[in-house]
Write a protein that binds this ligand. Structure first.
Ligand code: ADP
Ligand code: ZN
Length: 525
């Protein structure tokens, strides 16, 4: 008697184990693999790092023929293919980096049925020659990676992706699986329409990482704050500290090392050897802290990173999500910790104002920055703000972010905002936070006297609060768009400030910026 044929699930687990050496699928992976392996279409929405690749790689191995992967990331194709070959998968790619000879070899292998996976750039796929070839070759399925590129609504629109309707037209009998990490409702609708997936099952994973604790604090003495954080909460743990510049990476590393924290630097200015060395140490040692620019982290999969700290603002909430997502991959608690201050906000706003990128690009960037600052200034659950940005609703506050654990009080700051705005206006909308604070506090500095600002009605009206409080208020006013940051860090009142100044609008802000300084603030644990 022969044994009953193994179920798709069993065969999938076997492939996962024998080829990749993994013991189990993660979350919805198993269901997606079964669906696609059995010949159905699918839409997969999963955060970066969630494990999208296996969702088409395993079905490609389970089905007869080659899995054709459409990807716009030409620069990554070679690495992906090399990694697959290392585990014994017969993989190849077709893109503009190949010479004619290389193309012929891949095409021959394709027709001979000697490939399990073929990565193709969209412009290459759309060539009549490639499409004809695919019609004659044994194809198992089509995977459309970074599927949001079909949509004009995103910032990643690729015209070639817009033409992928050729797949349902000419290959309608083959399963298509579209995968992406970013898709709002409009983008999702475009993906379904262009790729003909209206009736396909959709697999939408949550972006929530419940084991990560999100925290944002005001930047005061960043290095000391960082050291304090590491010593009290993560002594001896592996972590990543992100800084904006190479210089601050070097300085922070040296400082941490001098304080007895095992730390190495990582940035694009180091030699490939030094970078590989840092990366290897991080992967193989326990409890190493890597201080890095954003250059670090792509493709790093260390499960027991216990914290990710930002000493400078990330570029966007997408970037923040990806960077903090490197903590706690093993599911155990991790901390996403960040400090930021007025100077950071002024800097990024100024860079944006001075950028000579096309108007449309600048608008998208400005919107992204606003979303990031909204997150930073949030007086409501940070996880709700973060997930909300990715189109997901978290019904209840999470209970595992600084706002939930230590709720800030919100108070009416209309009067103080009026004072600060009129200080900016009366000094000519061109001075930075330091000078405005001097004026508000009534400090007769040399600069104040030279400019005659001690004679302004605003001079000294802010003595009820201290310097830190005013800087905090100014930061929120810049973050929220009441003040714009221009050249030489100068702050100017915007149109949004007018109703506030006229008393037609009120402003409620987090109290921590204007409260009389309490004793040592409770530490969030
Ligand atoms: P994405 O494409 O969604 O960003 P990847 O497919 O690159 O994510 O997967 C991210 C990492 O997770 C990879 O290192 C991958 O090997 C690993 N991974 C994915 N699924 C599993 C699994 N079931 N078991 C163990 N590791 C996994
Ligand atoms: Zn929360």
């Amino acid at each position: 008697m022969t044994a009953a044929p193994a179920s798709t699930d069993q065969r999938a687990r076997e492939v996962l184990k024998t080829v990749w050496g993994y013991g189990a699928f993660r979350g919805v992976q198993a269901e997606i693999v079964r669906t696609v392996a059995e010949g159905s279409n699918a839409l997969v929405l999963m955060p970066t790092g969630g494990g999208k690749s296996l969702c088409y790689q395993v079905p490609s191995l389970l089905r007869d023929g080659v899995g054709v992967v459409v990807s716009p990331l030409i620069a990554l194709m070679k690495d992906q293919v090399d990694a697959l070959r290392q585990v014994g998968v017969r993989a190849a790619f077709l893109n503009s980096t190949l010479q004619a000879e290389g193309v012929r070899e891949v095409e021959a292998a394709l027709l001979a049925g000697e490939l399990d996976l073929l990565y193709v750039a969209p412009e290459r796929l759309l060539l009549p020659r490639t499409l004809d070839l695919l019609e004659r070759a044994p194809v198992a399925l089509f995977a459309i990676d970074e599927a949001h590129c079909v949509s004009q609504w995103g910032h990643d629109f690729r015209p070639e992706y817009g033409q992928l309707g050729v797949l349902p037209e000419r290959f309608g009998h083959l399963p298509r699986v579209a995968l992406t990490a970013t898709a709002d409702d409009r983008t999702r609708a475009d993906i379904l329409r262009v790729l003909g997936l209206q009736d396909a099952p959709q697999f939408i994973s949550s972006f929530d990482r419940p084991n990560l604790q999100y925290r944002v604090a005001q930047k005061e003495a960043p290095k000391t704050q960082l050291l304090d954080f590491i010593r009290t909460e993560h002594p001896g743990d592996a972590g990543i500290v992100y800084c904006l510049s190479r210089k601050s990476v070097e300085e922070t590393t040296a400082w941490l090392a001098a304080q007895g924290v095992d730390a190495v630097p990582y940035h694009a200015g180091l030699s490939p050897r030094e970078r590989n060395h840092a990366q290897d140490r991080f992967l193989n040692e326990e409890g190493l802290v890597v201080v890095a620019t954003v250059a670090f982290g792509m493709g790093i999969d260390k499960p027991n990173v216990r914290f990710v700290a930002h000493l400078d603002l990330p570029k966007s909430l997408e970037g923040y999500y990806q960077e903090t997502g490197r903590a706690g991959r093993d599911g155990l608690p991790g901390t996403a910790w960040m400090v930021y201050g007025l100077a950071d906000v002024v800097n990024v706003k100024r860079m944006l104002a001075q950028s000579d990128a096309p108007e449309a690009v600048r608008r998208v960037e400005a919107a992204k920055l606003d979303a990031l600052l909204t997150y930073c200034e949030a007086a409501t659950c940070r996880r709700q703000v973060l997930l909300g940005y990715f189109g997901e609703t978290l019904a209840e506050p999470c209970g595992n972010c600084d706002v939930c654990l230590n709720p800030p009080r919100v108070r009416d700051a209309t009067r103080e905002a009026q004072m600060a705005l009129s200080a900016a206006i009366r000094t000519g909308n061109r001075f930075g936070a330091a000078h405005l604070t001097d004026v508000l506090l009534g400090r007769e500095t040399e600069k104040v006297r030279a400019l005659g600002h001690h004679q302004l009605p605003t001079f000294g009206v802010g003595q009820g609060h201290d310097e830190k409080a005013w800087r905090g208020l100014l930061r929120q006013l810049v973050s929220l768009g009441y003040l714009a940051a221009g050249e030489h860090h100068g702050l100017s009142a915007t149109g949004k400030a007018r109703p506030l100044l006229k008393g037609e609008a009120t402003l409620h802000l987090r109290e921590d910026t204007l409260a009389p300084r309490p004793g040592k603030r409770d530490r969030v644990r």
